[in-house]
Write a protein that binds this ligand. Structure first.
Ligand code: AMP
Length: 195
């Protein structure tokens, strides 16, 4: 199974690109944010547990996230060639635990695609998404700021972590959806060709 990770700040376009990639390369798109929002909507025990954390723009604890990921990648999947992880990992302990999980099943990460965008674009995109998707964590400026702080302090260290492993690809994510997609596809096609 192939494992692709899409990394970047909130509003970088990870969800949009992941959905396009999933379709083109027969991957299962795993968006941990969407999964958690569905749990909240359904009022499950997990949803009740994480609601406040998500709405304040903080990160859900690693243990909960790892349980969630482990469950979904362990389920038998038919008709897919791999996974695209969107919003996971988001902390170093999550990244290390993922490596361990994958090596135990003799899998590894094929590529980490980093969508690099400027901070002013982040605000523009998130405010737009708040209107389109009615996302509570995208509405308040203080919550957005919290999400960006969490990103800088907890998620950004993953850039160095994955750069050191040599399957890290940075693209400037401020272009159009189509242009970003084309660039990501050319990276993936090159990786696939080399195999
Ligand atoms: P997203 O839709 O990816 O921006 O995620 C929305 C929210 O879900 C985040 O702000 C976190 O509160 C939570 N979340 C999603 N993925 C993770 C993760 N891997 N680790 C911790 N919290 C997460």
């Amino acid at each position: 199974m192939k494992f692709y990770i899409i990394l970047g700040p909130p509003g970088a376009g990870k969800g949009t690109q992941s959905a396009l990639l999933a379709k083109k390369y027969s991957l299962l798109h795993i968006s941990t944010g969407d999964m958690l929002r569905r749990e909240i909507e359904a009022g499950t025990e997990l949803g009740i547990q994480v609601k406040q954390t998500i709405e304040s723009g903080k990160l859900v604890d690693d243990e909960t996230m790892l349980k969630l990921i482990k469950k979904i990648i362990s389920e038998p999947q038919e008709g897919i060639k791999g996974f695209i992880l969107d919003g996971f990992p988001r902390t170093l302990p999550q990244a290390e635990a993922l490596d361990k999980m994958l090596s135990e099943r003799k899998d590894s990460i094929s590529a980490v695609i980093y969508l690099d965008i400027d901070e002013d674009i982040i605000f523009q995109r998130i405010s737009y998404r708040a209107k389109m998707e009615d996302r509570k964590d995208d509405m308040e400026r203080s919550t957005i700021e919290n999400r960006i702080v969490q990103y800088h302090t907890k998620t950004e260290p993953l850039i160095v972590y994955y750069s050191n492993k040599g399957m890290f690809y940075r693209i400037k994510g401020d272009k159009s959806i189509e242009e970003n997609f084309k660039e990501i596809c050319s990276i993936i096609d090159k990786i696939e060709y080399k195999r």
